[in-house]
Design a binder for this molecule. Structure first.
Ligand SMILES: Cc1cc2nc3c(=O)[nH]c(=O)nc-3n(C[C@H](O)[C@H](O)[C@H](O)COP(=O)(O)OP(=O)(O)OC[C@H]3O[C@@H](n4cnc5c(N)ncnc54)[C@H](O)[C@@H]3O)c2cc1C
Length: 414
C-alpha cells in the first residue's frame, strides 16, 4: 500500500498554525503538503497582529524585518472609569499576512508542497486488514484526492475535520464550540507610546474588550471582541465616536484594495476540544479551540501546538503506526504545557460579573506596573481591596484578578 500515499502529512489551512506545522514536519523529513482554501495566504487578516517576545523566543522564530510592523513595550489595561495600569512585556505588532506568508514560504523551502485554492470537504478512513492506515481526503482543487497517513487540522475556527470525522458513524468527533466576534479598523495618525491599549469597557464589548494596537507610520488596529455578535460593528463604531478616535480617519489596510474598511472574524471561546487527536488526525490552533480566554490571543498557542503535532507525527510515522493511540502524546504534550483554560475562564466570568464601578475599583488597587508584582505586590493588592471594599471577596474577585496574570505572555496570553 505504501506506494499509494501522496504524502505522510497533510496540513489543512495555512494560518500560523498550519504554516508552522508544515514547516516543522518538512524539517523532520516528512513528506508534507499544506492546503489553503484561499488563493493567497494570510488574507483577509483576522487578527490584531500582536505577538510577544516570549512567544518568538519560545518558538525560536527569527523574524525577518518585513513581517514586523512595530516593536511594542507591553499592554496597558484601561478600566471603565479610565483607570489604567501597565503590563510591561515587550513584543511585536506584525504585518500578519506577511508573517503567515513567510512561514509558509519557509515550509516550502524545507520541501513542503503548498496548494492554494484547495478546500477540504471530506475525509475517508483507510484501513489495511482492519487496521487504520491513513485518510483519503477530498475537496475542491486539482490535487484532490490526497492520500495521507496523518492529517493535521489547522483550519482555524472552521475546525473542519471535527465535522468530517465521525468515529461512531453519526456523531462528529467534536461538538461545535461557542465563538465571539472580533472586528477592527485600520486608523491613521493614531497617537501612541508603543503600548497596546486594551479597554475593558463592557458597555461596548460584552464579555470582551476593545483595543488600539499601534503599527508603523502612525497606523493602528482599533477593534473589539464581543459576545454580542450582531452588535459588534455598531458597538465598535459607537466606541470610536465616543472617544478620542473620533477625530481620526479610517483607511483600508495595505492588503485590502476595496470594500468596507472593517475586517475581522470569529474566535473560539469554549476552550480546548474534547478530542484533539484521533486515528491519523491531530487538531491544532483555533481548530482545537486553543485561545487565551481573557484577551483571546491564539497565535502563540497555534504556533506551539504545531510544534507538538509535528513531533508526534514524526515519531508515529517512523514507528509505522498512526492510529489514535500512537498520537496520544500530542494531547499529553499540549496539556502539560498550556495554561489551565477552565481556571482562567472562571476568572474571566468572575470579572464580567463585576459592575463597571467594581472593575474600576479593582483596577485602582493594582500597582501602576503590573509586570513585576511578585507575592508581596499581590498581597498589597489584596489588602487594598480588603480595606476599600471587603464585600468584593464574596464576588470571586481573586479569580478575576488571577485571570489578568494568566493573560501574560509566559502563559501564552499573546
Ligand atoms: C479580530 C481578531 C483579532 C485577533 N487578534 C489577535 C492578536 O492580536 N494576537 C493573537 O495571538 N491572536 C489574535 N487573534 C486570534 C488569532 O488570529 C487566531 O488564534 C490565529 O489566527 C489561529 O491560527 P490558526 O492557524 O489556528 O487558524 P487561522 O489563522 O484561522 O487559519 C486557518 C486557515 O485555514 C483555512 N481553511 C479553513 N477551512 C479550510 C478548508 N476546508 N480547507 C483548506 N483550508 C481551510 C483558512 O482559510 C485559514 O487560512 C485574533 C482573532 C480575531 C478574529
Amino acid at each position: 500500500m505504501a506506494e499509494e500515499w501522496d504524502v505522510d502529512v497533510l496540513v489543512v489551512g495555512a494560518g500560523p498554525g498550519g504554516g508552522n506545522a508544515a514547516l516543522q514536519c518538512a524539517r523532520k523529513g516528512l513528506r508534507t503538503m499544506i492546503i489553503e482554501d484561499h488563493d493567497e495566504i494570510g488574507t483577509p487578516v483576522h487578527c490584531g497582529e500582536c505577538i510577544s517576545d516570549e512567544a518568538i523566543a519560545n518558538l525560536k522564530l527569527d523574524l525577518p524585518e518585513e513581517v514586523i510592523s512595530k516593536r511594542v513595550n507591553g499592554i496597558r489595561v484601561i478600566f471603565p472609569d479610565g483607570t489604567s495600569k501597565q503590563l510591561t512585556e515587550t513584543g511585536y505588532v506584525l504585518e500578519k499576512h506577511l508573517f503567515e506568508q513567510w512561514i509558509a514560504d519557509s515550509a516550502v523551502k524545507e520541501g513542503a508542497k503548498l496548494a492554494l485554492k484547495h478546500k477540504l470537504t471530506s475525509m475517508e478512513r483507510l484501513e489495511n486488514n482492519g487496521t487504520f492506515v491513513g485518510w483519503k481526503c477530498d475537496g475542491k482543487g486539482e490535487m484532490f484526492p490526497i492520500r495521507s497517513k496523518i492529517v493535521i487540522d489547522a483550519s482555524g475556527v472552521a475546525a473542519v475535520c471535527s465535522k468530517f470525522v465521525k468515529p461512531d458513524g453519526s456523531k462528529p468527533l467534536n461538538e461545535k464550540g461557542k465563538v465571539v466576534a472580533g472586528m477592527q479598523y485600520e486608523m491613521a495618525e493614531v497617537p501612541t507610546d508603543d503600548y497596546l491599549d486594551f479597554y475593558i469597557w463592557p458597555k461596548y464589548a460584552e464579555k470582551g474588550y476593545l483595543w488600539m494596537i499601534p503599527k508603523c507610520d502612525g497606523r493602528a488596529n482599533v477593534g473589539l471582541v464581543t459576545e454580542d455578535r450582531p452588535r459588534a460593528k455598531k458597538a465598535l463604531d459607537q466606541f470610536i465616536e465616543d472617544t478620542h478616535f473620533s477625530d481620526l480617519s479610517q483607511q483600508l489596510p495595505p492588503w485590502k484594495t476595496k470594500g468596507n474598511p472593517a475586517f475581522g472574524g470569529t474566535i473560539p471561546i469554549s476552550g480546548p476540544f474534547e478530542n484533539t487527536h484521533y486515528d491519523g488526525l491531530m487538531l491544532i490552533g483555533d481548530a482545537a479551540g486553543f485561545t487565551s480566554p481573557l484577551f483571546e490571543g491564539g497565535s502563540h498557542l497555534a504556533l506551539k501546538s504545531a510544534v507538538f503535532a509535528a513531533e508526534t507525527a514524526a515519531t508515529a510515522i517512523s514507528n509505522g503506526d498512526v492510529a489514535a493511540k500512537s498520537l496520544e502524546d500530542y494531547t499529553l504534550l499540549w496539556k502539560a504545557e498550556f495554561p489551565p483554560y477552565e481556571k482562567i475562564l472562571r476568572g474571566k466570568n468572575a470579572l464580567f460579573e463585576l459592575s463597571d464601578g467594581e472593575m474600576s475599583l479593582m483596577g485602582s488597587c493594582f500597582p501602576d506596573e503590573m509586570g513585576d508584582m511578585g507575592i508581596t505586590g499581590k498581597a498589597m493588592v489584596g489588602l487594598r481591596l480588603l480595606f476599600r471594599r471587603p464585600g468584593l471577596y464574596l464576588k470571586n474577585i481573586v479569580p478575576a484578578m488571577l485571570a489578568f496574570g494568566y493573560s501574560r505572555a509566559k502563559y501564552y496570553g499573546w
